[in-house]
Design a protein around this ligand. Structure first.
Ligand code: KG4
Ligand code: ZN
Length: 336
């Protein structure tokens, strides 16, 4: 029987410091330290994020090892997020991973954060079967919106992406206009539950290919709110649920239309979602209603940033002998 492989995953691309231990593709621990500090600024402050990562990284790794009941000498490889993300944040996780790899004399594996989101589907959770290759993955997060054609674990290409804001940004910026805390995506999801999706209509982007645009929608939302507020200062509080539901409906519809078009263009019926916005309940419900597709939805806890997804990507790279090295530098705009 093959030997089990123990991977330490480290994720620090934005404002979550996370470490995970995987035995093959089974999660033994997945520790996430969120950074509350950004809430009062209405968005992630890069300098504060990297300082918080520095404070959190050692305790988070200790905790991941403790919960997994794994000694550091048992680790077979260290996988870390090389990019994309905030440079100062990436450097903290990357530097720690390199130092640890050198000290333990264990291989280093660099992981693309977006590939990590996609490969989170292959974390073993005994609940459902992972997507079958080839599949299309709608990867929607705070910094990215992509349609990725996934032919194999490590063979994937971007076939459509946003030309301006990401879907998560569209949620967060709309939430900010509504006076909601950062990150606003989960709050819009929550307040939408009892709202009317057709209460307000917003501009729809007119982009013909598989690319996305959300900036027109954002302007349209801001214009409507400012206009109505000038007539009634309580407009937002009196219409919060309907506003949230209508905004969410508009964003999700843009995503659904493009993924359906991507399926039509490629003939691929296996559709997965990944990234923070894939936690959105309306997106999940609407996708599951598309009967003619095989839809794959990740477990809720692996949608937003976490190190288990980096470790599972590291596991497949390890099996494929795609090891990194100390000379690789973190990259804010890393493609794959
Ligand atoms: O993947 P992620 O944790 O971090 C990045 O790589 O960006 O995604 C964070 C994004 C934020 O914009 C957040 O508002 C959004 O995911 N998000 C949601 C929900 N949960 C997280 N957006 C809509 N509905 C949700 N339930
Ligand atoms: Zn992410």
């Amino acid at each position: 029987m093959n030997k089990d492989i123990i991977i330490l995953g480290i994720e620090s691309s934005c404002d979550d410091t996370s470490a995970a231990i995987l035995k093959n593709n089974n999660v033994l621990s997945n520790i996430i330290a969120n950074q509350e500090i950004h809430t009062k600024y209405g968005g992630v402050v890069p300098e504060l994020a990297s300082r918080a990562h520095q404070k959190n990284i050692v305790p988070v790794i200790h905790e991941a090892l403790r919960i997994a009941k794994i000694d550091k000498s048992e680790i077979d490889a260290i996988a870390y997020t090389r990019g994309p993300g905030l440079m100062g944040s990436l450097l903290v996780g990357g530097s720690f991973a390199k130092g640890f790899s050198l000290a333990l004399n264990k291989p280093l594996i660099s992981v693309n954060h977006m590939q990590g989101h996609i490969l989170s589907h292959f974390i073993n959770n005994n609940l459902y079967n992972p997507p079958k290759f080839p599949f299309l993955c709608l990867t929607v997060s705070g910094g990215h919106t992509q349609i990725v054609l996934v032919k194999d674990f490590l063979d994937m290409s971007v076939i459509g992406q946003t030309i301006d804001d990401a879907a998560g940004e569209a949620f967060d910026k709309s939430a900010k206009v509504l006076g909601l805390d950062y990150p606003g995506g989960p709050l819009i999801d929550k307040f939408s539950k009892n709202g009317n999706i057709n209460a307000f209509k917003f501009a729809k982007p007119k982009i013909k290919n598989l690319d996305f645009s959300f900036s027109g929608l954002k302007t349209s939302i801001m214009n409507l709110i400012n206009n109505e507020k000038s007539k009634n200062s309580n407009f937002i509080s009196e219409n919060l649920e309907d506003l949230c539901a209508s905004i969410q409906h508009s964003i999700v519809n843009i995503l659904l239309e493009k993924i359906k078009l991507a399926s039509l263009n490629t003939g691929i019926k296996n559709i997965a979602i990944a990234g923070g916005v894939s936690a959105n309940s309306y997106l999940r419900d609407q996708l599951l209603k598309l009967n003619s597709f095989n839809v794959y939805i990740p477990k809720f806890e692996y949608c937003t940033d976490n190190a288990a997804m980096i470790a599972v990507a590291g596991y497949y790279k390890f099996l494929n002998k795609e090891l990194g090295n100390l000379k690789e530098t973190s990259s804010a705009r890393l493609n794959f």
